[in-house]
Write a protein that binds this ligand. Structure first.
Ligand SMILES: [Zn+2]
Length: 435
């Protein structure tokens, strides 16, 4: 089902006319209301009047995470605090958090976009949604919550954590859909199994997973463990929160970007040059309807590619491929670019090991080293009285990583359930290099 037939199926020409009209308004507005943008535009020698076509956007400067930090907490807001009805913040793993604000109209837009996402997953008001995204300053929980209510579905605001209770509620309430991070979905499946629950017999029909990069292999793993259709959702608090783009049930390949609200570009992360649609690069978003916290050309650091080909679902909005990694957590191992998600893709394809892993990167005698610690399955572990079995498995993983990624890794198999579990975003890389 398409939630907003009119806007989600706009012919490209009409969509681009709408985008241009909205984009002109937003560059005007930020120039006259946000000191940071006035200075940045002046410095780059561009004025709002210079924007005559969508293509002119590339003459405007980027906004980076650093700009958000430097204007902490409210320096980039384009409306007075009296017009703000909600604040969220992203966790600051390094340095200050970034704070985002919403007017009532921003919240209404966000709710609609999330309702579109749920509809794209085949959900209606007759569904019950188990929302295990964290509630609070993180945008995941409340973003999904308001969208589910807008759709008219019944929402269980379970939030993250307390996994045993989640499993009991999944059994007793019988929700038909679940939202959480993909790693938490696997965590739920595993703990449910340990509790003796048949996780495939739950009523769950569809899962909406996001907030961290994951792979096709991980999708199959989740689908088989929970007996549901797993769909990918994308968003980031700086741009809105979840619901910036969403996979449709019919296509299941790439996520439709809400292009009537966001303009997307892909750039070469090193040079900033705009790439033709279809080429892999860093995603850059411009918000074209946001009132409280508009951003022009925000560099997400997320690496993906656009899919301009039409989709069988009838939506005309372009799709983006799943996130392949981040340009800033991309690991460079002896000169080779490696994303943790690529290593994950190799691991999930191997029988006998679990998709729980940790990467330890170091530099020894001026050479980069990478160690992949990965859990073996219960079955393999209990049958592994012969050291040979484990050694063969290690050799196979080393070979696969070498074949697929071109790097030599050290592989260490560890006991089932010995690595740290994550209830929110997984942090799988320990980079010990001091360069
Ligand atoms: Zn589609």
């Amino acid at each position: 089902m398409i939630y907003n037939e009119e806007f989600e199926t706009l012919p490209r020409e009409a969509l681009e006319a709408l985008q241009l009209k909205r984009l002109k308004q937003v560059v005007q507005r930020v120039y006259y209301t946000v000191g940071f943008y006035r200075r940045a535009f002046d410095q780059a020698g561009v004025q709002p009047e210079n924007l005559k076509t969508l293509d002119d956007l590339k003459r405007f400067p980027f906004t980076g995470k650093q700009d958000l930090r430097e204007n902490y907490p409210f320096g980039l807001f384009a409306v007075p605090m009296s017009s703000i009805v909600r604040l969220h913040a992203s966790s600051g793993t390094t340095g200050r958090a970034t704070v985002v604000g919403y007017t009532q109209r921003d919240i209404d837009t966000w709710s609609e976009l999330m309702a579109r996402c749920f509809a794209a997953a085949g959900l209606t008001k007759n569904d019950m949604i188990h929302n295990a995204y964290g509630y609070g300053l993180f945008t995941g929980g409340l973003g999904a919550h308001y969208g589910a209510e807008r759709l008219g579905a019944s929402v269980i605001p379970i939030s993250g954590g307390n996994t045993k209770r989640q499993i009991t509620i999944l059994q007793d309430f019988g929700p038909t859909a679940i939202c959480c991070t993909p790693s938490y979905a696997l965590n739920l499946a595993e703990q449910g199994k340990a509790m003796g629950v048949d996780m495939r017999a739950l009523k769950l029909r569809v899962g909406i997973f996001g907030a961290e990069p994951w792979s096709e292999e991980m999708r199959r793993e989740i689908e088989s463990a929970l007996n549901l259709t797993a769909l990918n959702i994308y968003g980031l608090s700086e741009i809105m929160g979840p619901g910036v783009s969403m996979e449709c049930l019919e296509g299941r390949q790439g996520m439709h970007i809400a292009e009537d609200h966001f303009l997307v570009e892909t750039i070469n992360p090193d040079t900033g040059e705009v790439l033709p649609p279809g080429e892999t690069g860093e995603l850059v978003f411009t918000t074209i309807t946001k009132e409280a916290f508009p951003l022009v050309r925000y560099r997400t650091r997320d690496i993906s590619r656009l899919i301009p080909e039409p989709c069988r679902c009838g939506r005309t909005h372009h799709r983006m491929d799943r996130i392949m990694g981040r340009s800033d957590d991309m690991l460079i191992i002896r000169g080779v670019n490696v994303f943790p998600s690529q290593i994950e893709a190799v691991l999930v394809g191997i029988e006998g090991i679990e998709p729980h892993y940790q990467l330890i990167v170091d530099r020894i005698d001026n050479l980069d080293t990478i160690e992949v610690q990965v859990e073996v399955s219960d079955e393999l572990f209990s049958n592994a009285d012969e050291v040979k079995v484990l050694q063969n498995m290690e050799r196979r993983i080393v070979k696969d990583i070498k074949d697929y990624l071109g790097i030599s890794a050290k592989v260490k198999l560890v006991e089932p359930k010995s690595l740290q579990r994550f209830e929110g975003k997984a942090t799988r890389v320990q980079d010990k290099r001091r360069i």
